[in-house]
Design a protein around this ligand. Structure first.
Ligand code: ATP
Length: 287
């Protein structure tokens, strides 16, 4: 197997509050190029804290108490993510790793058109592009995520929730990052829209080859879309394996407990994207 793209080693993160919380407790996890790695676990187990640490968006009172996060650059060398300074981080985010967070669709600025918000990513990170080049790229990105190009002129409130989340995914793709971290990206959406977007992410992954760290409390969903799934409990990564291996026999009692909550996934539901097919046009119908 190729060298990992991201190597999280023995990471520990604490919230230094009156009653300190160890949110991430000695987690080690590798993500390889092009892989979809799912992270499951119930609310409060530390999934988001892990995502915020990898992207260096963690705010006090959170503090990194130990461990390392290593990034393999395209030139083969490694970058210590925890050692990046502010200027380096601005160049690193979006460019190397981008993020789609829960409720990200509400992060769009309500008073600016969709097109200009996508173009802004290029204004900030691709200073050499002309205005018409930026426009062309914004249009191409919308097409990529399945939104008609005339929507560039729309304001966020004129789009459905699913479309707005697709716009956020388009922005996350804009600079062709090699890893996209998605923290509950579809949780706020209708289940049909959610399925369509997941199918889209998988298709885009095949097309562009980026890796995905997909975080959700929904283990059933992760078993369908991931190459490997990690299960977190109280800050620890208690198990990590392929979906099939977990279904065949999870090693940790907590994983077995989570699996029992999804009885329909134990053999009678295909693990491929085939369940998407009959609802392919669902979002258009709802939008
Ligand atoms: N700002 C904060 N101050 C203090 N404790 C925090 C803070 N943010 C998170 N925590 C605590 O850290 C632990 C991990 O929280 P985290 O949000 O990472 O979990 P999660 O698995 O992502 O949960 P959810 O799915 O609800 O977002 C929890 O015990 C939480 O209460």
């Amino acid at each position: 197997m190729s060298d990992p793209l991201l190597r999280i080693h023995d990471l520990t993160v604490d919230y230094a509050t009156d009653r300190p919380v160890r949110a991430v407790d000695g987690v080690s996890l590798d993500i390889h190029p092009g892989e979809i790695v799912g992270l499951a676990g119930e609310s409060g187990c530390g999934k988001s804290t892990l995502a915020y640490t990898v992207t260096r968006l963690l705010q006090p009172p959170a503090q990194i108490s130990g461990g390392s996060i290593e990034w393999r650059r395209e030139d083969g060398g490694t970058t210590d993510i925890l050692g990046l300074d502010g200027r380096e981080l601005r160049a690193f985010r979006w460019q190397e790793i981008s993020m789609v967070f829960q409720g990200a669709m509400n992060a769009l600025n309500p008073v600016h058109r969709i097109g200009s918000q996508i173009e802004d990513v290029f204004v900030d990170h691709r200073a050499g592009l002309s205005r018409s080049e930026r426009r062309e790229r914004a249009a191409e990105l919308l097409r990529t995520v399945g939104i008609p190009v005339d929507r560039l002129k729309s304001y966020p409130h004129e789009l459905s929730g699913g479309m707005r989340q697709r716009v956020m995914i388009a922005m996350a793709l804009a600079l062709r990052p090699r890893l996209i971290i998605m923290d509950e990206p579809t949780t706020a959406l209708d289940v049909v829209v959610q399925r369509n977007i997941l199918e889209e992410i998988d298709r885009l992954r095949s097309e562009f080859g980026f890796a995905v760290l997909f975080i959700t409390h929904d283990l059933g969903l992760l078993l369908e879309i991931s190459d490997r799934v990690g299960v977190m409990l109280s800050g620890r990564l208690v198990e990590e394996n392929t979906p099939q291996a977990l279904l065949d026999g999870a090693g940790h009692e907590y994983t077995r407990h989570l699996l029992r909550s999804f009885p329909s996934l134990r053999g009678d539901v295909p693990l491929t994207g085939t369940r998407y097919v009959d609802i392919e046009r669902g979002e258009e119908a709802l939008a």
